[in-house]
Design a protein around this ligand. Structure first.
Ligand code: ADP
Ligand code: ASP
Ligand code: MG
Length: 437
């Protein structure tokens, strides 16, 4: 069995859905994971923001615009009147549900339910389309098997048991299962999600649960590139990359993969292929356990970081200083991305400022702190073992005109990270491409 995930652009119009149908209806048993049609989740976030503020006119305008888009898609997608009717009714019922929040209390629970509607509508329409064209496909409701635990981590045992149970209800002749990416239930059974871009994570969790032969991530570009194509021209697709390198790139900003989506595949040793829906014959990228020696593989950048410099003349060399620092971040459930140390202080970066003020207050009880906002980690990934001399030199040569605030190497042998100002990001990525590839 294989898992195939198609992102928002890949199912972004009636025509694209037809192309995806052509790609998935060949031989072999498959679970197909779909995101919402492109732009949908952004619009649902916009709607939720209006609903929080009780701005019902604002909400209705976006709701109506989004609904019209889906009704147009239905009219274009289906040929047979009965399927067109089913599609229109389905879209209307989901939008009636969204509209029901334009008069009532709106909390984080309702927000999660609104955000789930995109994947629910898109998968149902796609499944109708397959059936209209004579395919025996089954829609698997992700909310019946995809679940997180109290730590917001996937509950892998629950996922496997329930997916097996639900699929077991169908005959072995069924070849095609369709399900929603991104959405799940949390430990309390409430509708929740795996964070923005989380459909990739859904695919790898399902792949790992079934120990499938391959996970395919179909998107709008021919694989993982060696730099961010949104900022750098002439980036190249990477034919083969290791799980560890792909995970580093995803974590440090390569939007093509959700940051946590590589780990389940790595643990189960299932190859992940990143493929282009617009160019299905392109080789794309294969992510596997194979390591690639003596090369710099790629560059990525993670935005939206805050750097905190913590100084204490008295405390650093004393036992327990680091523990005290880390305990503060832990108590506010705020992960640290990057860390550097010196004799008089330690600098860390965080990407979640929700508890920043409390964290700073606690740190100030035993140190002085300086804060810099709008920082970016630029991360160079490759075979950077100490014996491969000269790579660090090329990286610093490339960045010679850019102020660098923090440098981190040695946490792993395939990553050098540098902290710079957001304003310098584009120039840094371009300079690195010019010097390294
Ligand atoms: P999907 O909707 O299919 O999940 P995404 O928009 O989430 O697609 O991810 C694909 C996009 O990721 C590409 O269009 C590209 O702009 C961006 N991207 C960022 N970094 C990289 C990279 N290193 N390689 C390829 N694409 C990247
Ligand atoms: N539709 C969701 C989002 O836009 C999930 C995904 O695309 O992976 O974030
Ligand atoms: Mg994505």
């Amino acid at each position: 069995m294989k898992v195939l995930k198609f992102g928002g652009t890949s199912v972004g119009s009636a025509q694209r859905m037809r192309e995806v149908a052509d790609l998935v209806t060949g031989s072999g048993r498959k679970i197909v994971v779909l995101s919402a049609m492109s732009g949908t989740t952004n619009s649902l976030v916009e709607i939720a923001n209006y609903l929080y503020k009780k701005n019902y006119d604002g909400a209705n305008e976006v709701i109506n615009r989004l609904e019209r888009g889906y009704l147009d898609t239905v009219n274009e997608l289906f040929r047979k009147e009965d399927f067109k009717h089913k599609g229109l009714e389905l879209v209307k019922s989901h939008f009636d549900y969204i509209k029901s929040f334009t008069k009532d209390v709106f909390t984080v629970f309702e927000e999660k339910s609104v955000l789930a509607q995109g994947e629910l509508i898109t998968t149902a329409l796609f499944n109708f389309y397959l059936q209209e064209n004579g395919h025996d496909s089954v829609l698997l409701p992700a909310l019946d098997f995809m679940r997180t635990n109290k730590n917001n981590e996937p509950d892998t045992v629950y996922i496997r048991e329930n997916l097996e149970r639900i699929m077991g209800e169908y005959s072995d002749d069924i070849q095609l299962f369709i399900t929603q990416g991104y959405i799940c239930r949390n430990a309390f059974g409430e509708v929740d999600n795996l964070q923005r871009g989380g459909s990739d994570y859904t695919a790898s969790l399902i792949g790992a649960a079934f120990d499938v032969e391959e996970i395919q991530i179909w998107t709008d570009i021919d694989g993982m590139h060696n730099n961010d194509p949104r900022y750098v021209e002439d980036t190249q697709s990477i034919a083969e990359i290791s799980f560890d390198e792909a995970a580093e790139l995803a974590y440090f900003g390569a939007k093509i993969l959700h940051p946590t989506s590589v780990l389940p595949a790595k643990l189960a040793n299932i190859p992940v292929k990143v493929l282009n829906t617009m160019d299905p014959d392109a080789v794309g990228t294969t992510i596997s356990s194979s390591q690639h020696k003596d090369r710099i593989t790629a560059v990525a950048a993670k935005d939206g970081l805050t750097a905190i410099k913590i100084k204490s003349g008295r405390m650093l060399l004393a036992f327990g200083f680091m523990r005290k620092v880390f305990e503060i971040f832990e108590s506010y459930k705020t992960p640290i991305d990057m860390i550097t140390t010196s004799e008089v202080g330690v600098s860390v970066t965080i990407d979640n400022n929700r508890h920043l003020e409390e964290i700073l207050d606690d740190l100030r009880k035993f140190s002085t702190v300086e804060v810099d906002y709008d920082q970016v980690i630029v991360c160079v990934v490759g075979d950077l073992v100490a014996e491969n001399k000269g790579y660090a030199n090329r990286i610093f040569e490339a960045l010679k005109d850019i102020p660098i605030r923090m440098i981190s190497y040695g946490g792993s042998e395939h990553n050098i990270s540098l902290l710079i100002n957001a304003n310098d990001k584009k120039a840094a990525l371009q300079a690195l491409s010019a010097k390294l590839f």
